[in-house]
Design a protein around this ligand. Structure first.
Ligand SMILES: Nc1ncnc2c1ncn2[C@@H]1O[C@H](COP(=O)(O)OP(=O)(O)OP(=O)(O)O)[C@@H](O)[C@H]1O
Ligand SMILES: [Mg+2]
Length: 232
């Protein structure tokens, strides 16, 4: 799925937080967004998902305008979103969190197997309340919930935050495999530069609501360049 963002502006009440963003993510491309705290990264992805009320500019999925549409309409078009904040249904079981709302859609068997292999805690605790999972386990629950929906565009907001290194590796491996098999397009906000460089060929830097730089994985010193943009 192709994503085209043009002249996007949005905010909360009086303040503009996303302040003129232009971005194209090609079909099956992975783009990472990095930036310091409070620069508008989460607000950008929430705007794409239809969560912010006052939006100017344009967000198109495969050429179809999404601005002004409700979130459930956008997700029905094949967008899956893992928010930065824990967003599991704590009082529901792990199973209901994973499969709730899937209706007739049957998750791809190979994808399902891959996810349960990578995150055995989910398989082991299917009948327990999701609220009993640790913060990191809730993150992989969210990711798994997204991937079982076989999205065409996957939007991740700091999926690696709070994960121990072995779990970050598992998330990286799962995303690399499923991205290729299911031909996913991915837009990921991410502070972990190594995860960015493992998955994304292109990384954009956000500052004060707009993109100020773009870096490519193949460029020499890309890691140092990106870390420079994130340094306080
Ligand atoms: N619900 C809200 N109401 C008012 N202001 C908000 C709201 N959510 C975020 N903001 C403000 O918008 C600005 C951008 O926040 P945002 O969460 O998009 O940044 P971010 O780049 O994702 O930061 P972080 O790296 O800490 O996740 C901040 O100044 C923040 O305080
Ligand atoms: Mg954020």
């Amino acid at each position: 799925m192709r994503l085209d963002i043009t002249g996007l502006r949005s905010g909360y009440g009086a303040g503009t937080v996303v302040n003129g963003v232009d971005l194209t993510v090609a079909d099956q491309e992975v783009v990472a967004v990095v930036g310091r705290n409070g620069m508008g990264k989460s607000s950008l992805v929430k705007t794409i998902l239809g969560y912010l009320p006052d939006v100017q500019g344009s967000v198109e999925l495969d050429g179809a305008q999404q601005c002004g549409l409700r979130t459930h309409t956008i997700t029905r078009r094949g967008v899956a979103y893992a928010p930065q904040e824990a967003a599991v249904f704590a009082g529901l079981t792990v199973r209901d969190n994973l499969y709730g709302g899937l209706r007739r859609h049957k998750p791809d068997a190979r994808t399902t197997e891959r996810l349960f292999d990578a995150f055995p805690v989910l398989a082991a605790r299917l009948d327990q309340k999701a609220g009993t999972l640790s913060g990191g386990e809730q993150k992989v629950l969210l990711l798994t919930r997204c991937l079982l929906r076989d999205p065409r565009l996957l939007v991740l907001d700091e999926i690696s935050a709070g994960l121990q290194p072995s779990m970050v590796n598992a998330v990286t491996d799962v995303l690399l495999a499923i991205r290729a098999e299911r031909r996913l397009t991915v837009l990921m906000v991410e502070q972990n530069i190594d995860l960015c460089l493992s998955l994304a060929r292109r990384i954009v830097v956000m500052k004060a609501g707009r993109f100020i730089a773009e870096a490519f994985r193949d460029t020499p010193d890309v890691r140092t360049t990106l870390l420079g943009h994130l340094a306080p």
